[in-house]
Design a protein around this ligand. Structure first.
Ligand SMILES: [Zn+2]
Length: 195
């Protein structure tokens, strides 16, 4: 697999457990990292299949680093893992082009679908009297919208798996569907073989 020396496997587990658009944007450049650090985002953590137990301790972002947290009965616990702004930026710069292209495509697709549902639709529930002028979506259109948002979120998860080294990436284009049944455990096994 492509060598990515800037982050250890434990650090990458932490980023994968945090996940979502904030980590996606961190991997797309320093603006995302700066935003994360000033966001003071903290979470109670979530275990992932095959992931370390300390993911359940949660995490906190700020003062130029991400640290594993204080949840799970250890308010004074020392961080198990720390990731600095510089490490995160260095890792983002090391990513193959195919990986960052995919993350960027995920962001574009999410923003377009999200804005479509928020900007172009009126959700007043009183179409007959409504002066809004926007489209009043049918139940099917609303279902399709949320299904599409879920599809993009799942795609984002797979793109993060690739970006964080849990799935091997070659330099060929990655705009292909990965088998939905592939579990993170299986992907970690792949990673273990590769490293
Ligand atoms: Zn309306």
């Amino acid at each position: 697999m492509t060598p990515r020396p800037a982050l250890t496997e434990e650090q990458r587990w932490l980023l994968r457990a945090m996940g979502g658009w904030a980590i996606r944007d961190c991997l797309l450049g320093p603006d995302g990292v700066a935003h994360l650090m000033q966001s003071q985002w903290g979470g109670s953590g979530r275990r992932l299949p095959g992931g370390p137990e300390w993911l359940a301790y949660g995490f906190d972002c700020g003062r130029g680093k991400i640290v594993t947290g204080r949840f799970g009965g250890g308010a004074d616990r020392d961080p198990v893992v720390t990731i600095t702004t510089a490490q995160l930026n260095r890792y983002a710069r090391s990513l193959p082009r195919a990986v960052t292209d995919e993350l960027r495509e995920v962001r574009r697709a999410w923003n377009a679908e999200y804005i479509y549902g928020r900007r172009d639709w009126c959700h007043c529930g009183h179409e007959d009297e409504c002066q809004d002028g926007r489209h009043h979506p049918t139940d099917d259109e609303i279902d399709n919208h949320y299904r599409e948002l879920r599809r993009i979120k799942e795609w984002e998860g797979r793109a993060l798996d690739r970006a964080l080294g849990f799935v091997e990436v070659d330099e060929t284009p990655v705009f292909v569907e990965v088998d939905e049944s592939t579990e993170l455990v299986g992907q970690l096994a792949l990673f273990a073989v590769a490293s």
